[in-house]
Design a protein around this ligand. Structure first.
Ligand code: GLC
Ligand code: CA
Length: 552
């Protein structure tokens, strides 16, 4: 196994709008991030993934970019960005940026130009179709609900948008688009950044035949719009032209991928990307959608999926280990138990062990390390997310308000976007002004100040866990081996490398159960979420043992 810095690194994701506001306008910003760099480094992170900070009209909070070479005014200036990069590097932190090149904003100059007329030189930068019988060219839907085609009067035609109508898709078949993207990537690398997280990168190549055949309610939208015929061609070109020239890391956001796809996108010998985000384990909380039901992620399914990714990629490609991001609810509210402070703490720590003792690069989303839970907003007025609002409008006549509030309280993207909880003062120390989105009521109990003061906090547990990972090569590179594969309560596995073995045992549930029958002679407990010992496995108990020269 070849050692690489990005395999041994820990990534901390920042959603700048909600992280830290330095000037009281209620919006997080770059100076806010600069003021918290020590906090991030002390946790044990090595890399910051910065969600988009480029100029944007913010229909989708920066995922709609109007200028790739400028910083969003609310976040600061290019000189703030340079200061952030320099200070981060001084502290040993690298920074990766979000590369959003499946689409731009409608306010990007390319789009403003291209919609002027059919013969505009930029027309080919985007994807246009003539109406069919006065309608959309086909039934393709957008990920954010409604048709994926938007009518434009100027030239009586429709443009494609897989996301919001303010996010028109770029036409990667046009060599000029590709070239422009490669050049902007180079310019960011030349400014000194350390890599990219690539937004919906497996959707840049379109399969127009599939689009034409798509039937709403019948076909899988994710599969229809992902992994198009030229996806690998484009990424190999990007790698050869740009990525291979720099020592940087790349992680693709790729919905609807199998492990076979992953081997193609990220295989060590493929020269495409270093890692990807698979979402196979991320929607297991979906219950019966006809009733908008949400369930706790079932152990059996989670275990089967994570084990498949661990086994299939070992030695061939590299996994990303994550539960949270800016699009997903909070881990403790989804896989864990946020019903009491005790269960919240124990389940948060257990879930950290369960995931981050595996093989792959850990990703931690802001607030995850202090056990932030969903804000459970009580009014639709509190929501800001475009997807949530679109869904609400679509569903409001079909479902009653309590059902909708319950569903969004569990699944809205805003669950990740409530402001970071720094302390127990007004607005959780996030801003001195009026926050752009409501602070969660839990901030009095759950906040960084409290976490730093308590040596048994979730924060300190993460710190210890991340340190432990780096102390043992077996935790970085060892092979995963699942045991007790059908146990209804326990998730347990070995990691093995040469003569080093680590054993991970997690009680996924709150009921106290018997310790499984495993050989613990020569075992040294190196991590546990309870301070005292027991012959049983207590509520959400997690243990990690180092088994010295174990012989089987
Ligand atoms: C990705 C981003 C999400 C964004 C979408 C469109 O899924 O993570 O926040 O809305 O792409 O860019
Ligand atoms: Ca601000």
């Amino acid at each position: 196994m070849e050692r690489k810095w990005w395999k041994e690194a820990v990534v901390y994701e920042i959603y700048p709008r909600s992280f830290m506001d330095s000037n009281g306008d209620g919006i997080g910003d770059l100076q806010g991030i600069i003021s918290k760099l020590d906090y991030i480094r002390d946790l044990g992170a090595d890399v910051i993934w910065l969600c988009p900070v480029y100029k944007s009209p913010n229909y989708d909070n920066g995922y709609d970019i109007s200028d790739y070479e400028d910083i969003m005014a609310e976040f600061g200036t290019m000189s703030d960005f340079e200061e952030l990069l320099t200070k981060a590097h001084e502290k040993g932190l690298r920074i990766i940026m979000d590369l959003v090149v499946n689409h731009t904003s409608i306010e990007h100059p390319w789009f403003i130009e291209n919609r002027k007329s059919k013969d505009n030189p930029y027309r080919d930068y985007y994807i246009w179709r003539d109406p069919v019988d006065g309608h959309e060219p086909n039934q393709l839907e957008s990920v954010f609900e409604g048709p994926a085609w938007e009518y434009d009067e100027t030239a009586d035609s429709y443009y494609l948008h897989l996301y919001a109508k303010q996010q028109p898709d770029l036409n990667w078949e046009n060599p000029k688009v590709k070239e422009a993207v490669f050049q902007l990537m180079e310019r960011w690398f030349d400014r000194g950044i350390d890599g990219f997280r690539m937004d919906v990168i497996n959707q840049i190549s379109k399969d127009y035949e599939l689009f034409d055949q798509y039937v709403p309610g019948k076909d899988d939208l994710g599969r229809t719009i992902s992994n198009g015929p030229k996806a690998h061609v484009y990424l190999q070109e990007m790698n050869e032209r740009v990525l291979s020239k720099y020592d940087v890391m790349t992680v693709g956001e790729t919905g609807s991928v199998t492990t076979e796809d992953a081997k193609k996108y990220t295989g060590f010998d493929r020269h495409e990307l270093n890692m990807l985000f698979s979402f196979e384990h991320m929607s297991l909380d979906k219950g019966d959608m006809s009733r908008l039901e949400v369930i706790r992620v079932p152990l059996g399914q989670l275990r089967a999926i994570l084990s498949k990714w661990q086994n299939e990629l070992h030695g061939i490609a590299w996994n990303s280990l994550f539960y949270e991001n800016h699009d997903r609810p909070r881990l403790v509210s989804k896989y864990g138990d946020d019903t009491t402070p005790f269960y919240l703490e124990k389940s948060a720590k257990m879930l950290a062990v369960l995931m981050y003792m595996m093989e792959g690069t850990p990703y931690i989303y802001q607030g995850q390390e202090i056990g932030m839970k969903n804000p459970y907003y009580q009014s639709m007025e509190d929501y800001r997310d475009i997807h949530t609002i679109n869904r609400y409008n679509l569903w409001k006549d079909q479902f009653d308000l309590p059902t909708l509030l319950h569903f969004f309280g569990k699944r809205s993207r805003d669950n990740a976007r409530s402001p970071m909880q720094w302390d127990d003062t007004e607005n959780a120390g996030f801003t001195t002004g009026k926050p752009w989105i409501k602070v969660a009521d839990s901030y009095k109990e759950i906040n960084v100040k409290q976490a730093l003061a308590d040596e048994n906090s979730i924060y300190h547990f993460y710190q210890k866990l991340l340190k432990t990972r780096k102390q043992y090569d077996v935790l970085l590179y060892g092979k995963y081996e699942l045991i007790l594969e059908n146990d209804p309560n326990i998730y347990a596995y070995y990691r093995k490398l040469d003569d080093e073995t680590v054993l991970v045992i997690c009680n996924y549930n709150k009921e106290e159960i018997a310790m499984p029958d495993v050989d613990l002679s020569h075992a040294k407990l190196i991590l546990s979420n309870y301070e005292d010992q027991s012959d049983t496995l207590r509520a959400y108990e997690a243990r990690v043992y180092f088994l010295n020269k174990q012989r089987s």
